[in-house]
Design a protein. Structure first.
Length: 521
């Protein structure tokens, strides 16, 4: 990877840092290559000058007998519900695991949204922008408390868990807010929030005069006079709101913003529109208060291509691995008015590929809180019991059904730790990685091996030659269901840390989900 993180995968050997590396895409599966050789075993180039009389193909490091596919997620019952007087619906959760505590921000739609005696009198042209950013916390991710913060008010009382309320955001309103930690910012701006709200023509024209490239072309439409707004906080609870729009753009969904330490830029994932379909768009900037217009990075659904849109994007990263960018887009099926959750992966956050096996979670069974629709939040975190989880909001009715009739709840979709996707061999299978430079001399494997099967790992140089004592045949077979099985060779050797190496995986009725680079023992 280049020093600024912009060109991952371009130059080998590829860095494999200490920590876990999941198989969520093909980055660690080398496609192999064909060689044409004569009867003496001499290689002949496609543009060679010799004219061999006999020549045949040899295929080097081409995967065989294996398949990469996403693992289905498991759902939980709701862990947070609309339990307070200011909460009619709860949705769009954002979870952070900070200093051993789970912190949750979510948006509540208050009951006065649907009150004909109150709604029209709100200061917002559309009451949907009168949403409330609420806060909860937990020691285990399942039992949540809603602390009385003394910040945001409801009907004159600040004994609420409202972190960013109407009196703070003012007439811009709030819709689709999310929160992230900017670890490199000054203490008073360590937490940042980004959301969609109202604007006026005067506000949009002021942005156009100063930054003409930061105005959505649809802003000329009186129905889309909207903008994106930003705020900063020392603790994620008490916010200083930037009154001027960060960009005049229409992204009516849950925003995901983050600081990318590799690119040294802020990155935002929101909603785009293309030919009447919802897409996922992305922008980056070095000034959190000012953004360019985002550009589409994911436009086509992995299933139901003809009638499926991409709603919330669920952008996150695998815990502890800054190079594994993940999206869990909400797939909106216009043919049923229901949703499901998909999974896509990226090495740089710009170019995305869908994982085979989508969707990873359909709507829930009859009687569940998510039987009608579900919308992904963000924040993939480790949970107790060797699990990782992503929060989502579930609703008892389809998306466009009158929302005031629905029940809602925030749930987890979970996977066994490290097992978001895997490389599977139904019988005999084999694959190689590209050349890697391991940051440590120890190797552990997350795998599931069926009875009678086995998994072995070999270490080769980038020319396909086994390193002494580390041949795949000398690896002690891995068996059973193991999250962190150490790789051991009969001669006691360990992978080198000072040269390019290739990992060779040999499987029989086995699945491998990732590898972890550890310090030499």
């Amino acid at each position: 990877m280049s020093i600024d993180g912009r060109y991952p995968g371009l130059v080998t050997p590829l860095p494999a840092a200490l920590g876990y590396h999941p198989f969520v895409d093909t980055r660690f599966i080398h496609p192999g290559r064909p060689h044409w050789v004569d009867d003496a075993g001499r290689f002949h180039s496609a543009w060679g000058l010799e004219h061999p009389t006999s020549i045949h193909a040899e295929f080097i490091a081409v995967p065989r007998g294996v398949e990469l596919r996403a693992e289905p997620a498991q759902r939980t019952d709701p862990v947070v519900t609309a339990s307070e007087p200011w909460e009619k619906l709860v949705w769009w959760p954002k979870v952070l695991h900070v200093d051993g505590r789970y912190r949750l921000w979510y948006e509540a739609v208050p009951p006065d949204h649907w009150d004909p005696a109150v709604g029209p009198a709100l200061a917002w042209p559309n009451p949907v922008f009168g949403g409330l950013l609420c806060y909860a916390e937990s020691d285990d991710g399942f039992a949540w408390t809603k602390p009385r913060l003394g910040i945001g008010a409801w009907q004159g009382s600040t004994a609420t868990n409202i972190s960013l309320g109407r009196e703070t955001v003012g007439p811009m309103g709030l819709h689709g807010a999310s929160v992230f930690v900017d670890a490199e910012a000054p203490p008073d701006a360590r937490y940042k929030a980004f959301w969609y709200g109202n604007a006026t023509r005067e506000v949009v024209e002021a942005v156009r005069r100063e930054r003409p490239a930061a105005v959505d072309p649809r802003s000329a439409d009186s129905q889309h006079v909207r903008a994106m707004y930003a705020a900063m906080s020392p603790d994620g609870l008490r916010w200083t709101v930037q009154r001027e729009p960060a960009v005049a753009f229409n992204s009516d969904t849950l925003q995901v913003a983050e600081w990318d330490a590799l690119r040294r830029r802020y990155v935002w994932y929101g909603r785009g529109w293309s030919w009447g379909r919802r897409t996922i768009a992305r922008a980056e900037t070095d000034d959190f208060s000012r953004w360019p217009l985002p550009q589409d990075v994911l436009t086509a659904a992995p299933v139901g291509l003809e009638h499926t849109d991409l709603y919330t994007n669920g952008k996150t990263r695998y815990p502890g691995d800054p190079t594994t960018h993940l999206m869990f887009p909400t797939l909106y099926d216009r043919a049923t008015d229901q949703t499901s959750i998909g999974m896509a992966a990226s090495v740089d956050g710009v170019q995305w590929t869908w994982a085979p096996g989508n969707p990873v979670l359909p709507v829930g069974p009859s009687g569940s809180v998510d039987e009608g629709s579900m919308f992904v939040g963000t924040g993939l975190v480790e949970l107790p019991g060797d699990r990782v989880g992503l929060p989502y909001g579930g609703y008892t009715y389809p998306h466009k059904f009158p929302a005031n009739l629905a029940d809602s709840g925030i749930c987890w979709c979970t996977w066994t730790r490290g097992r978001l996707a895997g490389v599977h061999a139904a019988a005999e299978g084999e694959f190689w990685t590209p050349p890697l430079r391991l940051a440590g001399g120890g190797l552990q494997i997350n795998c599931r091996v069926q009875p009678g099967g086995r998994l072995r790992v070999g270490i080769e140089d980038d020319g396909g030659n086994s390193l002494p004592g580390l041949d795949v045949s000398e690896c002690r077979p891995l068996i059973g269901d193991r999250l962190d099985a150490p790789v051991v060779w009969n001669g006691g050797g360990q992978p080198p840390v000072d040269r390019a190496v290739v990992l060779r995986f040999s499987l029989r009725t086995a699945s491998v989900y990732g590898f972890e680079v550890v310090e030499r023992t």
